[in-house]
Design a protein around this ligand. Structure first.
Ligand code: EPZ
Length: 434
């Protein structure tokens, strides 16, 4: 990507058609880290081809792993992945690489990495990661350039998370699978991606049980076999496309919806006037009657309304007449798209962690800039609903988590195209620019 990529959208067309959802980014990344715990080959099937996965692949290769793809199956050979240092070039780009610390500890009893800084949506500290590794017996030192952990033999512990953290729970699981004895994690995150990681680790030979609503118990092992599992469909991508259907008052069918993982979102979608039904494993959504504002919605840890769909939903609420309000409880700075939506004519006021949307002004196309992944997807949604053409820069943020959002939305009839060098997607016609 040369930084000049841009996405052009002509709004006003209700989406219509059926779409297949890519593999989940937030499930793929932790199981890639878990593959480090086996000195051989693991396979992740239906793995999404997104830049965060490619970044994690580069990190594993920097540790000595070999990786290759066969269609959408990612092979990781971690036979020789015994290096224990990760450059800040990677950790600065993708903070979720911090969970590799637990995997390196489990494999080689030490790990050092560039400090995984924050990002535009918040400071994103790693204090809970440090705490749980220390509870397992690791010695952790950190300064503002690196974080180091070492331990000759980790011992199981009982750790009560003071607040829910997806990454710190993943960190704990990756470190505890080789710790001596039993580890009990209380008040841990239980997102579908965490349970997927537990299933994958158990498939590798670990012993992890969910023994309570937010409680996981791990019995330490001495070694694990190779993993081989399919990555489930991405619930946030599915929610993003349903938001696009809602914003354009369209009708779409999701061929492979992550059943049982989208209840909180679907409850809000229905409150807005969206209709849906499950039909032989497909999600059939009719958003033609979306017309009702939503008030007092709050983002929460799973199974609450996901923070990753807060911005896409805001774009929808900007198209619905009436007063809506959203409170972002997870990250301290996740209203980055408000100014961009205001450039399109939206009327939104932010007070602290609450955004009040006075929806209904017809949005108009504008020059827009994505500053982070889900906000970028939200700008595309707003542009699909707006009158006229929008140009969205900062596509590289969007490519981190969406395999090909332009192709998918074009398949659904969206007037959208992306200029990534010499390929244009336009109305599902792939035109090689000569
Ligand atoms: C994961 O991030 C996801 N990323 C995020 O998705 C998602 O928004 C987030 O979980 C919440 O669901 C991946 O899975 C790769 P957290 P993570 O630790 O693990 C604070 C996307 O768009 N905290 O659950 O970093 C933290 O600052 C991304 O796909 C501490 O205070 O999130 C935040 O306020 C964005 N100390 C809250 O907890 C810590 O040590 C929740 O963070 C760790 C986190």
């Amino acid at each position: 990507m040369n930084g000049l990529e841009e996405i052009r959208v002509r709004g006003g067309t209700p989406l219509c058609g059926s779409i297949t959802i890519q593999g989940s980014k937030n499930a793929a990344l932790p199981v890639m880290a878990a593959s480090l715990l086996h000195r051989g080959v693991s396979v992740l099937r239906k793995c999404p081809r997104i830049t965060d996965v490619f970044c994690m692949e580069e990190i594993l290769k920097s540790l000595g792993a070999k990786t290759w793809w066969e269609q959408n199956d990612l092979y990781l050979d971690c036979e020789d992945a015994d290096k224990t240092e990760i450059s800040s070039v990677y950790t600065g780009k993708m903070r979720s690489s911090v969970i590799l610390l637990g995997a390196m500890l489990g494999r080689n009893k030490e790990g050092i990495m560039g400090y995984p800084g924050g990002c535009v949506i918040g400071k994103r500290p790693v204090d809970l990661h440090v705490c749980v590794l220390q509870s397992l017996g690791a010695e952790v030192t950190e300064n503002d350039s690196f974080i180091k952990a070492s331990c000759s033999k980790m011992k199981g512990c009982r750790f009560v998370f003071p607040k829910k953290s997806v990454g710190a729970t993943e960190q704990a699981l990756l470190a505890a699978v080789f710790a001596e004895g039993r580890t009990i994690l209380e008040n841990c995150a239980v997102e579908p991606e965490i349970l997927m990681l537990c299933r994958y680790l158990n498939e590798m030979g670990a012993s992890i049980e969910k023994t309570g609503e937010s409680r996981l118990e791990i019995t330490g092992m001495t070694e694990l076999n190779g993993g081989d599992m399919a990555i489930p469909p991405d619930r946030i991508v599915a929610g993003t496309y349903l938001c696009a259907a809602a914003a354009t008052r369209g009708k779409i069918i999701i061929e492979n919806p992550p059943e049982g993982e989208m209840e909180a979102f679907l409850e809000v979608y229905r409150k807005m006037g969206g209709q849906y039904e499950w039909n032989s494993g497909k999600l059939v959504a009719n958003a033609t009657k979306v017309a009702y504002p939503v008030t007092d919605l709050e983002t929460e840890a799973y199974p609450g309304f996901p923070t990753d769909l807060q911005s896409p939903l805001m774009a929808v609420l900007a198209t619905i007449p009436g007063n809506s309000s959203l409170r972002e409880n997870i990250f301290e700075d996740r209203f980055r798209i408000v100014e961009e939506l205001k450039n399109m004519g939206a009327d939104i006021q932010v007070q602290g962690r609450t955004a009040r949307i006075n929806g209904g002004n017809r949005l108009h196309g504008a020059e827009l800039s994505a500053a982070e992944l889900r906000g970028g997807a939200a700008l595309i949604i707003a542009a699909l609903a707006a009158e006229g053409e929008s140009v969205i820069k900062g596509c590289s943020f969007i490519h981190r988590g969406y395999e090909n959002i332009c192709r998918d939305l074009a398949v659904l009839g969206g007037q959208i195209r992306e200029n990534t060098g010499n390929i244009f997607y336009e109305n599902i016609q792939l035109q090689e620019k000569n």
